[in-house]
Design a protein around this ligand. Structure first.
Ligand SMILES: [Zn+2]
Length: 116
């Protein structure tokens, strides 16, 4: 290798030139050019905190929503009651259907007997 300062040939791996005294570092030890590293992402700025309303905004008039809710709940009760009535009607209809089916079966039995 050659001294980078004076250019004279020196022993391979020398850390100091024995001719000029220049301190040498091996190529691989030379500080590598700093690779262009992408700048670390800046910590995300805290999103501006929305001012949380401390109280639910209520429409003027006070308990308007409350009354509306009560009305709607009453409507639900009424509809549930109607459903129960309809379910009873369904049961009655099923019973009637079964009764008529039994009559049909009975008539068919009679027909079979008559056809013999
Ligand atoms: Zn030298």
């Amino acid at each position: 290798m050659f001294c980078r300062a004076c250019g004279k040939e020196i022993e391979e791996g020398s850390k100091v030139c024995r001719f000029c005294g220049k301190v040498l570092v091996k190529q691989e030890e030379a500080p590598a050019p700093v690779a262009e590293t992408p700048a670390p992402e800046a910590p995300a700025a805290e999103p501006p905190k929305a001012e949380a309303p401390t109280q639910e905004a209520k429409p003027a008039g006070g308990n308007g929503n409350e009354n509306a809710i009560k009305t709607l709940e009453a409507e639900i009760d009424r509809l549930n009651s109607e459903i129960k009535d309809l379910e009873q009607s369904i049961e009655q209809i099923k019973t009637d259907m079964q009764t008529k089916q039994d009559q049909i079966d009975s008539i068919r039995d009679t027909i079979k007997i008559l056809q013999k």
